[in-house]
Design a protein around this ligand. Structure first.
Ligand SMILES: [Zn+2]
Ligand SMILES: [Zn+2]
Ligand SMILES: [Zn+2]
Length: 174
């Protein structure tokens, strides 16, 4: 799509400007990492991005991916988000509408949402406590519709359950 290409070119320009300001050189590895990141839609960790980049160029190392993500964050192209599992995820930040997140505690699925009502109530609450809000991040945890269906089917007892149950032994192989 043409519009998408144009958006990417703007992001590439911002990144190039940023690395030049930081006194760094433009490298084909950094370009590849940026390109790969821009093509993703998800919230992904440095490790996950590493594997996507690795498929295209095996010589790119973990550290390079990690450092490039930091540069993208500094340049305002990426944003760090945390979903309570001690991992740092990255999502697109440039030219993105504000949104908040719903996180499934069973499968880790992340859903983005925007609610004008919630936004307004947050502003009102801040004002009530004498705050002027600069930013916020609302995260809500629960069980997604898919996992709820599976749970009912499996009639699992409450509490954390392994996502996939593997039968032990070799007797049941079909
Ligand atoms: Zn919000
Ligand atoms: Zn789920
Ligand atoms: Zn998001």
């Amino acid at each position: 799509m043409k519009a998408e290409e144009e958006a990417f070119s703007k992001e590439k320009e911002i990144f190039l400007e940023h690395i030049q300001k930081a006194g760094l050189r433009r490298t084909s590895q950094r370009d590849l990492i940026l390109e790969t990141f821009l093509k993703t839609e998800d919230h992904l960790t440095s490790e996950e991005l590493y594997w996507l980049v690795h498929k295209q160029d095996e010589t790119v190392g973990h550290t390079t991916v990690y450092r490039t993500l930091k540069l993208l964050t500094e340049a305002g192209l990426a944003r760090e988000v945390r979903f309570g599992d001690n991992k740092t995820y990255y999502e697109h930040h440039y030219d993105q509408e504000h949104h908040d997140h719903l996180i499934c505690t069973e499968c880790g699925k992340v859903v983005e949402f925007f609610s004008a009502d919630i936004e307004r109530m947050q502003d009102e609450t801040a004002t009530q406590f004498g705050f002027t809000l600069s930013h916020h991040s609302l995260r809500m945890w629960g069980v997604c519709a898919d996992c709820r269906t599976h749970e009912i089917e499996a009639v699992t007892p409450p509490g954390a359950q392994p996502k996939v149950r593997v039968k032990t032994g070799y007797g049941n192989l079909v």
